[in-house]
Design a protein around this ligand. Structure first.
Ligand code: 1PZ
Length: 214
């Protein structure tokens, strides 16, 4: 299969996150959203149990794409410019959600937290034994990250979906990266880029006290 046809291949998706970071450590919005769209495409191959998750991710990507095509698009070129613009124009709700229109800052924060889950999960997958259970890896990484921000009902629905995940072997094959060994090697190369994007975003949000936005 030609590389361009490989719509579900995870290598290209993960490499997209590499292109997010500029030389002066800013995070470019467009490749960030492109990376997310690729993750959603991959998630959609996991079956209907995951559609409530991908719908939420799609809705958040859409919010950000609207900013990127709207009147203020220049202010949303990087996460740094978005934070500067929204804060200096009082566009961010710090206490009550939805008292002003949904901000880019709170929307990206949700994706950012999910990126932490992804990092933990893929790292778990990469370093686990051949007979490890993906549902266990997924539950552990979810409980260590995103679950802390989700109400009971979502945690319940998520953990039910995790039970339907394919085996580690099938999961690695579904990544369309070649043999399992090649898929694991690709994760080893790609994950540092994801964690770099995660760390830069985390310190940006920490610096502006945005990590708890409702
Ligand atoms: C391959 C296995 C996939 C497992 C995915 C693990 C993530 C479980 C997330 C469950 C989220 C369920 C639906 C919506 C939740 C929203 O309430 C929250 C908070 O948003 P708010 O309500 O404040 O607007 N949304 C999120 O936390 C963002 C979740 C995005 C998840 C994207 C997962 C991408 C997976 C890629 C897999 C390769």
């Amino acid at each position: 299969m030609a590389d361009g046809d490989d719509v579900n291949g995870l290598r290209k998706v993960l490499v997209t996150f590499k292109s997010c970071l500029t030389d002066n450590q800013e995070v470019l919005m467009d490749p960030y959203l492109e990376g997310w769209k690729g993750l959603v495409r991959f998630l959609n191959t996991m079956g209907a149990m995951f559609s409530f998750i991908s719908k939420d991710a799609v809705a958040k990507i859409q919010i950000m794409e609207n900013f990127r095509s709207g009147e203020q698009k220049e202010n949303y070129i990087t996460l740094q410019s978005m934070v500067g613009y929204e804060l200096s124009n009082s566009l961010v709700d710090f206490t009550q959600p939805y008292s002003c229109p949904t901000s880019g800052c709170r929307t990206i924060l949700r994706l950012h937290r999910a990126l932490h889950w992804l990092q933990l999960f893929l790292e778990g997958l990469r370093t686990s034994d051949a007979d490890s259970r993906t549902s266990v890896l997924c539950t552990d990484s979810y409980n260590a990250s995103l679950a802390n921000y989700h109400p009971w009902i979502i945690r319940k629905a998520a953990s039910m979906a995790f039970y339907t995940l394919p085996t580690r072997d099938t999961f690695l094959k579904n990544m369309n990266v070649g043999t399992n060994e090649e898929a694991v090697a690709m994760l080893g190369e790609a994950l540092p880029h994801i964690s770099q994007v995660y760390e830069v975003t985390e310190s940006l949000y920490a610096q502006h006290k945005l990590l708890d936005l409702p």
